[in-house]
Design a protein around this ligand. Structure first.
Ligand code: MN
Length: 196
């Protein structure tokens, strides 16, 4: 059984104002993530998945055509925990290791924005590290997650409407800009780079 209490926000609800409102943070964490957790608990009860940890559920259900709902809810839990961990107000610390690969900080931001602005419908924009250690900016649709494809997540932006609509309405590109400029906890990103 999974529990929302095991996924506390790593910041205070007011920390991201004005770039992300308290209402958005509260709904996103308590209601959206809470619902994915409640759904997963119901779906895995009395199945082989009930004995697995979250990552094991994601990897096993990704290969199980009968477990799409389990995959979607488990992956959303992973994606949201990672997303909330990426949020904070520590700026201007983009690791050289990463930005150099894109040709510099400005180039990294432009590439990230281009991938984000190409997302149609609900999805996620990621910086991932490939097995050869190269960084790449990719998007995934719906609940899909890099760990199901052997890629290590480095940074993620939630582009489902619930992530931004209360604060930005139809101005999704503004949300992407604010994320890059003001909402990333680069310390988490850097610390996480060394963890395999
Ligand atoms: Mn979300």
């Amino acid at each position: 059984m999974f529990n929302l209490n095991e996924y506390p926000l790593p910041f205070r609800e007011t920390d991201l104002v004005p770039y992300m409102s308290v209402e958005t943070v509260r709904l996103h964490h308590d209601k959206h993530l809470g619902t994915y957790i409640a759904n997963l608990n119901k779906l895995i009860a009395d199945t082989k998945y009930a004995e697995m940890d979250l990552r094991e559920i994601i990897l096993a259900s990704a290969k199980d055509a009968t477990a799409t709902k389990i995959f979607n809810n488990a992956a959303q839990i992973f994606n949201h925990e990672f997303f909330f961990n990426c949020l904070g107000r520590g700026n201007n610390l983009i690791p050289d290791l990463m930005s150099d690969e894109f040709g510099g900080v400005a180039e990294f931001k432009e590439k990230f924005k281009a991938v984000a602005n190409d997302v149609f419908g609900s999805g996620w924009v990621w910086v991932v590290r490939r097995p050869d250690k190269k960084f790449e900016i990719i998007s995934t649709k719906n609940a899909d997650t890099p760990i199901a494809h052997g890629l290590k997540p480095v940074l993620v932006l939630d582009l489902w409407e619930h992530a931004y609509y209360l604060d930005y309405q139809n101005r999704r590109a503004d949300f992407v800009d604010c994320f890059l400029e003001s909402l990333i906890d680069w310390k988490f990103v850097v610390d996480n780079l060394g963890v395999e």
